[in-house]
Structures are given as structure tokens and as C-alpha cells.
Design a binder for this molecule. Sequence first.
Ligand code: GDP
Ligand code: MG
Length: 684
Amino acid sequence: MEPSRLRNVGIVAHIDAGKTTVSERILFYTGVEHRMGEVHDGNATMDWMEEERERGITITSAATTCPWREHEIQLIDTPGHVDFTVEVGRCLRVLDGAVVVLDGVAGVQAQTETVLRQAAQYAIPKLVLVNKMDRPGANFHAAVDSLAKVMEGTAVLTQLPIGSGEEFEGVVDLLRMKEIRWHGDGTEFIESEVSPPLEAAANLARDALCSRVAEVVDELADDYLENGTLGEPELRQGLRQAVLANQLVPVLAGAALKNLGIQPLLDAILDWLPSPLDRMGVEGLDPKTGKMVKRDPLPQAPFSALCFKVFHERYGDLTFVRVYSGTLEEGQMVYVPRLEKKERVQRLMRMHADSRVVLPSIGPGGIVAVSGLKFAQTGDTLCDPSNPIALEGLDFPEPVIRMTVEPQEPGDREKLHQALAVFDREDPTFWVDLEDEAGNAVIAGMGELHLEVAMHRLEREFGVKPRIGAPQVSWREFVAGPKKSQGRAEIRLDSQTHWVSVVVEMSPMAEVGSRPQLILALADGQNEISQELWRQCQQNFGPCGALGFPLSGVEIRLISWSEGVEGQANSADLLQGALYQAVSAAVSEGCRLVEPLMALEVEVPADYLSGVLADLSVRRAEVGYVDALAGKLSARVSLERMFAYSTDLRSLSQGRGTFSMKPDGYRVVAKGREAELRAQLGGG
Ligand code: GDP
Ligand code: MG
């Protein structure tokens, strides 16, 4: 398929807004699925825990191709783990456009805001579907008003709903000025001229649309001034241009559950959202020269692609890649700049509901699963070995919770390690440390549930029964004020001692919890450092504080260093290790503890709400919003106070409450609590 006929889109929404329902209806109306799927119960973690069949669905849904009006829509979805924002983040990176689904009653909700903020980071053009227009109390205009703040006035109506609540029966298309009404299972709809009762509102809304488009698209300003309106072709072209430039966001209405509004949504995806060509090329670093280089989305350009997901399968891993430039062929050697390694792509596969179609090659904008890659991981660039480029990778949050794991059967140790290696590779937010000589492992993840899910898979997919330790907070450390410090490290080999000594300056970064930065800031006349050595030092950089927790939110500037060998010649390998240790030694003093915070959302029948709130105040949670009628609330709370919350919530709500929780930044631990922890953890 020509790149101009591709649309790589994702659906993003607050939980329960109807993301899964909308996706399923899209698969149905584009003929990918022949039967309307059952809606999941919305429990975000279920997909991960189910049997192999379920896992198959999850793999397929990473990217599904849906044909529509001689175009291909690649629907990139991760149903199930919407709670794990990282999933959304990594998908946004490979998307060209996004469909934001809102609940027509609730409007913009907490997660919608989070996702929109992420989408803004990647400048992704969007459109909005106000879903659930059939619900009692649905209010299209109120939902649009709730967009005003998060979209800074870029939202424009391209449809009006016909009726709402039980009376919702269709939409007015403001571009063509037609009414669309649905019948039966929604496959059929009838289009007609706008009828008199809707005419006045539709004319007003179309005028508003024209005037907004003329405002942002300069070329149309004169036309609009002269005629007081815009013709359909001009309006279309102008609106598309404005959406691609992120100046306008079209808003549509629908009710996925009732099969209303899906076909116009598919049309809107083709009409307004970008093809890979519209997104221009990509930029990246030439790993040899360190210079920015650009790749055009053309089939004959040098090949470049980004890996955005890895799944382990019995016969090897499946890696999902998005091609940005050039063409990837079956059996091709690709280069992975991060690893400075080449490896071979075996097959290219496109995922369909219950089959995989093997493709001989794939061009710019294409998204495929490839087999055969052993080393490339999520976030890695694949490129033409003779035209290397490193695209901007993906940024993953660090795990906040850790626990030890060992096999119940001592003979299963090897299997356990293999399984953990698989999780480590599949999921960048799942960390594995093989700690002690006994081979006990420490695993770290984004929450209790995240680790629980992994332990479940351990048993089910790998047949290893784990024995796990109590979950613990993954503390961080940082340096509260600017300071200078020295470090020295020695490495002995045979009769030689190689030493390195460094002076570093440290200062806290603006955001608590951000990844530590190691910056080369050698003063004039200081010992120079080779590029290669510095690169290695940075690659391995992950210093710990005084208590042995990872350092975070600190900028470390290396201002001078020296080295020497007592004995004979030195080796670059030794130097690298020692330099790194010396920097670590320099930073490990005078640190403060930092703790992870969690964003919590709870839903309980309204009667239990006050009990849940009282309990949260004991946990010192900062409560965000409370919707007493719907029995919903959000809060921000220290992870340390939230262990085993699922059990506690169950007893607080007689088993009727549900919650979701995800990491949401860090905060410096209060002095009193820090002293307690130091005593407990045995640090100075
Ligand atoms: P997700 O969490 O965003 O994936 O939302 P789901 O698609 O799982 O939907 C959540 C709940 O809302 C389910 O019970 C759906 O049946 C229901 N739902 C989805 N779309 C609509 C709609 O258009 N109208 C109504 N009334 N309910 C809907
Ligand atoms: Mg869902």
C-alpha cells in the first residue's frame, strides 16, 4: 500500500470511556472481524493473566490492519493494560494520529488529560469522539466544553449529535450538511438532507467551523471574508491542513455500544489524520559522527525503523517495528546502533484477527511483526548497516517496587532465570537483578499488580512455581544542594594497580525523580577524556547513593580526573571500570531519600465512599477529585502506604470496589521518616 493511503492511529481514553468497544466496532465494520466481539469487563489487568489464547489476542492487538475505502488503517492498541501509561506512551511514539474517546456524560477525565499531555509531547494530530451519547445525561456540548482547557481552544465540531440519551439516533455531518441515521446492527445507515428542526443549529455550527478554519489557514481568509462561508472542498482541505499542524481538533459524536457513529469515525480518520508522508521524515543521530541526520519516508531511502514491542513466543521472539524510511525485506540484515551489532530479520508478518500474513517486504509507515531478532529491544532502532542512524528511543519510567523471587523447586533455578530474562526483554519497566551467589533474583516493576502478573505468567507459561519475598519500595536517593566531591577507585590486576580519581560537582535537578545526568564539564587545562571512554562511562551510568539505592534527580558534572598505574602498562577496559567506580564513590555521600508516589483511582458504590476516603486520609493521601454520585475518586499517595491495598479495599467495600494505581512521580521523604528508614535499612 502506498504510504499516502496508510493511517497509523491509536485510540486513547480514560478507562471505561469505550476504547475497547470502539476498537471492536472498527474491526467489525472494516470486515476484519465477522462477529461483534464481547466487551471485556474493563478490568485492565485481565488480558495479561489469561491463557495462551488470550495472549494471542494481546499480540494481535498490538497492531491490526483494517481496510477502509481503499486505505489501510493500522489500529495500534494495547487493550487490557491501559493502566500502564508506559504502554500508551510507547504506542504514541509510533503513531501518526490519535482518536481520543470521551464518555459523553463524564467529558474529559483524569487519564484523558494524562494521555493528551503525552500526545502533545509527540505533536500527534488528533480527533475526538464523544462516545456514549446514548447514555442518560449525555451532553455533547458540555463534553466539548470540558475539552477547552486541555486542548486550548483547538477543538472544532465537525458533527452535531441528533438527539441524546435514549433519543440519540445519529449525527449531522457539518461538512456535507447531511443527516446520518442508523438502523439495526449499525451496518446500514440512511443519509438525508438536514431536516428543518436541526437546520438552524447545523448552520450555526458549520459557520463556526468555517470561521475557525479561516482563522488558522491564512490562504482561506480572503475567500471566507468575501463569501461569509467556505465551500466543501476548501473547508476540507483547510481543516485537514489545520489538523495536521495541530491547530485544530475535529470533534465527532457517537455511541459505539449502540453501533452509532463508527463509519463516519473511520471516514474522519482517513480525512483528517495524517498519513506517514504527512508526518514528514524522521531525524536521528548518525552514530559515527554524532550529527543529526534526516530520513525521508520514501521506499528507496536508507532503511530505518523503531522497535516498539517485543513478545516472547515458543519459537522465538516477535518484535513489532514501525518503518520510517526505506524498505525492509525478508531475510535482511539490519543494524542496531545501541548494540553496535547486526542481526537478521527472518520473516515479516502482518497480524490479523486469527491469522498471520507473511509479507515479502514493507515500506515507509508500515507496521509489522518480525521474527528472528534476538538482541534488539523495545526502543531500539533498526537500520541499514551502511547508512546507520539512531532514532530517538523511548523513555521508560523506572520501577518503583521490588521483591525477591526464588523457585520453590531448587531444580527450577535455570528455568526461572530464563523466564525472567524473557520478561526483562519484553517489558522495559520490568527489571531483573540476579543478586547473590545463590542466584536469587530481585525483580522490580511498576506496582504490586505488575509483579503479581509476572509471577502468574511464570507458573502458567514457564511451569515455575515461585517463592516471593514481601514487596518493597524501590527508594531513590538524591543530593539536596549543590556540592563538590571527590572519588577514587583502584583496580588490581596481577601485580598492577590502576587508579582513577575524579572530582565531580553535583546539583539537584528541577524535577525530583528524574534520571540522573552525567555531564562532561572538564575545566580548561584538565586531562582530556576520549570520546569512546566517556561514551562507555555514560552507557553504564547508574550510580547509587549512600544506602545503595539508585540515585535520581541529580546532575553530576565531571570537572577533573586523573589516572595512573602502579606497575606497568594499562588497559582501556580497566580504566573504564575504575572511572565509573570513582564517579560512583564521589556521589555516594550526603544523599537524601526519595520515594515514589502513586496516582490512585477508586470506584465504589456511593455508600462506601466515605469509608474509603477516611481510610485514605489515614494513609495521608492527597485526594484529587471526588465524584460522590458516581462513587469515583482520585488521589496521590506514597507507595509505601499502599501495599496490599486490594485486600483493604475489598474489606472496606464488601468486595465491590475497584481501583487502579500507577507511579506518578517522586517526593523527598520527610526527615523524621527518613531517620526511621535509615535505622531500619542500616545506613548512616
Ligand atoms: P474502555 O475501558 O475504554 O476500553 O471501555 P469499554 O469499551 O470496555 O467500555 C466500558 C463500558 O462502557 C462497557 O460496559 C461498555 O459496554 C460501555 N460502553 C461502551 N461504549 C458505550 C456506548 O456508546 N454507550 C453506552 N451506553 N455504553 C458504552
Ligand atoms: Mg477496555
